[in-house]
Design a binder for this molecule. Sequence first.
Ligand code: NAP
Length: 268
Amino acid sequence: MQILIIGGGNMGKTYAKSFLNAHIVTSDQLSILEKSEEKAKELNKLNLGQVFGTPGHYVKEADLIVLAVKPQDVALLFKSIKPYIDNQQVFLSIMAGVDISTISAHLGAVKVIRAMPNLPAQIGKGMTVFTSSADVTRIELVTVQNLLNATGKTLYVEKEKSIDAATAVSGSGPAYVFYFMKVMIDTAIEMGFSRSEAELLSIQTFAGAVDLYNKFNFSCEEWIGKVASRGGTTEAALSTFDKTLVSSDINEGMYAAFHRAIELSKLN
Ligand SMILES: NC(=O)c1ccc[n+]([C@@H]2O[C@H](COP(=O)([O-])OP(=O)(O)OC[C@H]3O[C@@H](n4cnc5c(N)ncnc54)[C@H](OP(=O)(O)O)[C@@H]3O)[C@@H](O)[C@H]2O)c1
């Protein structure tokens, strides 16, 4: 299998490294098309396969083409690669807000997989939600899922609308976690800890809570019940969160992300 990654930025590089580290492909089977000369030079040093600066006949030889450019660059990209596309190639797009019908309409591609990864993919702890057009075969889908698994966990969804929802949950989600972490760190500093102490307390608390959740079969509510005793400190914090509507704010924020994802799909 020959894989071509288009866009050698954060995500393109992550995929190239993950595919190679997982020994799914060798560097002979991998190439990257990256328009920035500076980034192309950097990619060459990393030995991630052959690096190209402009499209050419090699695009035709790829069995799988990963589309990893920013959505605002996609119109130019479609135009530049269209002469080299045949409809038996499989496309894996990770571009936010670019839907399958847009990719099919511009490239004449029928085998399109659309995925929404997130930032922890960079360290193999990503969450990727993906879906596909009807022409992608079962074998092609399993092959792509194996590739995506090299960056963390994956979930297949039937409906493309779920990709917009996933954008609002796991796609943007790491930023929500960092937001909460930042408030905890800033407040710990206000309470007298140094920055490094505040970071240690907050980050270890997040990591420990997530590990506990993964290790035992309790819901978030049950875990909250285990920490919060009646009339205690945790209950004081949680009832303030309730009064200040923290949970409905988070819910509203996530819906804002969801609606923005739908809006972006219509723009592209
Ligand atoms: N980062 C994330 O956590 C994340 C999560 C989910 C989805 N995504 C999606 O992943 C995609 C890539 O994001 P990223 O963060 O990796 O972006 P990035 O770092 O900007 O990488 C994109 C790269 O593509 C290059 N490029 C643009 N047009 C090109 C063309 N026509 N041919 C070849 N290369 C081209 C850009 O070059 P220039 O720098 O010269 O423009 C840039 O190096 C986006 O669509 C984003 O929505 C990202």
